[in-house]
Design a protein. Structure first.
Length: 265
């Protein structure tokens, strides 16, 4: 079963993914996935190669859906190793990740079940306290006929390049700087384009309940990351979940997190 309790069979989605242009970049989402696991897939077209940032759940192939030629070089950057960001990572020969996330990607260790009946009650309760509702299931439609959430597992992917603070992803006519921003996970990274102020943040920061109490998270490191974001000359944030937003909202989210953590200490 895909859900804990379901009164009628789940229909197959007519279109599993949705594609839009946001701020000059391509955003790909999986609208039939619950918000907790509905990560953003961003694509940047460059002169010499294209860049994809994160890879969704990977329940159906991603590469054929990308608006690019089949023989054109494509680099995938995984902002971190969580399942909802690396599901289709195995489809890419050129895969970049931080060294602290690489082993988890290659061994597919974050193989969280898509059938929530297999989740411990305390895990569900923890997500609910954050504002995420999952008890009715992780999907609102099936990606294809015959799909079984019980049988769906995260696939290992080979990391071809380790990246760290200060490394540059060069597309020929555009460059993105790798920022190591731990907190959500030890090797979480973001990509920053200094020429435009565009910041692809993964799960480092987004406009929604931030997960800082899951396995591998570190609130102290998260606070240091938030303090760093306050001084970063960001103009636009293209996050791992939810809508894109500007600098003022980034400052609000970061300051709110820091105030909240200070109250909890």
């Amino acid at each position: 079963m895909t859900t804990v309790a379901q009164s009628s069979p789940m229909e197959v989605a007519r279109h599993w993914r949705r594609r839009r242009n946001i701020g000059g970049f391509v955003l790909i989402t999986e609208p039939h996935v619950v918000p907790l696991l509905r990560s953003n897939i961003w694509m940047v077209s460059g002169r010499d190669r294209d860049l994809v940032i994160d890879a969704g759940l990977g329940l159906v192939p991603l590469r054929p859906y990308l608006p690019t030629d089949a023989d054109r070089p494509v680099t995938l950057v995984a902002t971190h190793a969580h399942r909802d960001h690396v599901g289709a990572a195995h489809e890419f020969l050129d895969l970049c990740a931080h060294r602290l996330e690489a082993q988890a990607i290659e061994e597919a260790t974050d193989d969280i079940p898509l059938d929530v009946s297999m989740w411990p009650d305390e895990l569900l309760a923890g997500f609910e306290r954050k504002g995420y509702q999952c008890r009715c299931g992780t999907l609102s439609a099936l990606p294809f006929s015959g799909f079984s959430a019980v049988d769906e597992h995260l696939k290992p992917a080979r990391v071809s390049q380790l990246v760290d603070e200060g490394d540059i992803i060069d597309l020929g006519d555009q460059c993105f700087e790798v920022l190591h921003l731990p907190g959500h996970s030890p090797g979480s990274i973001g990509l920053f384009q200094r020429s435009t102020g565009a910041f692809f943040s993964g799960d480092v920061i987004y406009d929604g309940p931030l997960l800082d109490d899951i396995e591998g998270a570190d609130r102290g490191a998260y606070c240091r990351t938030m303090e760093r974001l306050l001084s970063l000359p960001v103009r636009s944030v293209f996050p791992g979940h939810g809508p894109a937003f500007g600098r003022s909202r980034l400052l609000e989210i970061a300051r709110h997190y820091l105030r909240t953590w200070e109250r909890l200490r």
